[in-house]
Ligand binder design. Structure first.
Ligand code: ADE
Length: 226
């Protein structure tokens, strides 16, 4: 899968993709992630990329032309399955969206900044808008990093033990059950007996029961939404 990201603050994206699963996915050729500096498409001598908003109001808006020029350049090199805009005023990312994006070949992500982008970009070029939660962060870069991480780890082959992505929280609309490792007893707290029993069908049942209990307690909306 190829992922292109357009950003006005590309430095913010230097580190997140250079660790762990996402790094390995790139090294093994499963994923290719390329960040494009919007400033390179800026207008005039000062490479302008933002301007004040029509109608007045605080905050700068990312301008149309630099973004459109960048998108068109990238589109001349490959077809994109989705052009995604990261913004808090969109549907919130969930595991099902991450799953379906992990099956795409090429995706282009636009990280918003300042007060957002000119609406006409959203109207004409963006095919999907994604928020990472009901709060506002400084720019779309960290949101794009969250999306890329959630998607790349789901690409077949990205995780060595494929099973481990399948048993993630949310994969079946349930939170994960509690997990334990050595020692079997610490400060009087014992690991549940069943996990030491070696009876794997029973352990599976226990995990399912605990996942259900935990989901019902903390995120009943996940069960109600079934
Ligand atoms: N940009 C700022 N806040 C955001 C959010 N919650 N999701 C996606 N992009 C954002």
């Amino acid at each position: 899968m190829r992922i292109d990201i357009i950003s006005a603050a590309p430095n913010l994206l230097e580190s997140p993709f250079n660790h762990s699963i996402v790094k390995r996915a790139q090294q093994s050729g499963i994923a290719e992630i390329v960040v494009h500096d919007l400033r390179e498409y800026g207008l005039g001598k000062y490479k302008q990329i933002d301007d004040t908003q029509f109608g007045g109001g605080a905050g700068m808006i990312l301008m149309l032309e630099p973004i459109v020029n960048c998108i068109k350049k990238l589109q001349s090199e490959r077809m994109y399955d989705e052009i995604i805009y990261m913004t808090p005023d969109a549907k919130v990312l969930n595991q099902s969206t991450a799953n379906s994006l992990s099956l795409k070949e090429n995706i282009l992500i636009l990280a918003g900044h300042y007060k957002g982008v000119d609406q006409r970009i959203r109207d004409k070029y963006i095919t999907k808008e994604i928020s990472i939660g009901d709060y506002v962060i400084t720019g779309g870069e960290l949101a794009a990093a969250v999306l890329v991480d959630a998607v790349v780890r789901l690409i077949p082959g990205a995780i060595g033990d494929e099973q481990s992505a399948l048993t993630d929280s949310f994969q079946d609309n349930l939170l994960s059950p509690p997990v334990y490792t050595r020692p079997a007893e610490f400060e009087g707290m014992k690991v549940p007996e069943i996990l030491l029993s070696g009876n794997f069908p029973k352990i599976d049942d226990w995990r399912m029961e605990k996942a259900f209990e935990r989901t019902q307690k903390i995120r009943p909306d996940l069960i109600d939404n079934e």
